[in-house]
Design a protein around this ligand. Structure first.
Ligand code: ZN
Length: 243
């Protein structure tokens, strides 16, 4: 029986989306989890999401929201909506939880798979990969054949061939032997590719397939939590559009 790994990230305190994703992973026979970071930020359930991710006992890397929540850094570079939630989230978590976020690594390699929130060239700089050239830079520093990441909230496969980097739209896809892959697993809690459904990836290690899962969840429940917490209305609205 082949091992199936669920790779999920950019959960962003969205408990309604996270619960649906984990139920789906169970029903798909997943036996291991990897997390590409940004457990917190944007939505209203940081404590609950953190507790669930920790209970999975999985490799997890630090996202920029995890990083900012767990540090005293000023938030001038952050967009104002994100910054408001970072401030709010700091007040929701215990010192022990903040320490956990603080101690998460920027990248992890396990069983031939690398995890990073943004890119392997400078994981702590949280650069965005939207084109082949940015992916090319990552590949120079990616030592394993497969690396999963997030950060843009837009699922995508980047394939490195001798002739260059190619982009493959998210779909059920079989990895070719010997080629390197840098795979964006999309976002559980705040998708931004125009499809509001929660996203994650199942990697079948024996079959060498990646399968992008898209799942409907109770968006209005997540929106109600944002409003009840007094977080910016724009963050509730965008969930409905997947932007
Ligand atoms: Zn994010």
């Amino acid at each position: 029986m082949g091992k199936k790994i669920a790779i999920l990230g950019d959960i962003h305190s969205n408990i309604d989306a996270l619960e649906v994703v984990l139920e789906d992973a169970q029903s798909q026979g997943v036996d291991e989890y990897f997390c590409t970071g940004d457990i917190v930020g944007y939505n209203a359930c940081p404590h609950e999401c953190l507790e669930i991710v920790r209970s999975l006992n999985c490799p997890v890397v630090k996202g920029n929201h995890d990083y900012y929540v767990a540090s005293e850094r000023n938030l001038e570079d952050f967009n104002p909506y994100a910054a408001a939630v970072v401030e709010w989230t700091r007040g929701q978590l215990s010192d022990e939880e903040l320490q956990y976020l603080h101690d998460m690594p920027f990248s992890v390699t396990k069983a031939g798979i690398t995890l990073v929130h943004s890119t392997m060239d400078r994981p702590e700089a949280f650069g965005y990969v939207f084109d082949n050239q940015q992916a090319e830079t990552n590949f120079i520093y990616q030592k394993t054949l497969v690396c999963f990441h997030g950060h843009t909230h837009c699922p995508m496969i980047y394939e490195k061939q001798m002739s260059g980097v190619y982009r493959i739209d998210p779909q059920e896809f079989k990895l070719a032997p010997g080629r390197k892959y840098f795979i964006n697993v999309g976002s559980v809690g705040q998708p931004r590719d125009g499809d509001p459904r929660a996203t994650y990836v199942i990697y079948d290690v024996a079959e060498r397939t990646v399968n992008f899962r898209r799942l409907e969840y109770d968006i209005s429940a997540a929106q109600a939590r944002i409003r009840a917490a007094g977080l910016p209305e724009r963050l509730a609205e965008r969930l409905a559009y997947g932007q």
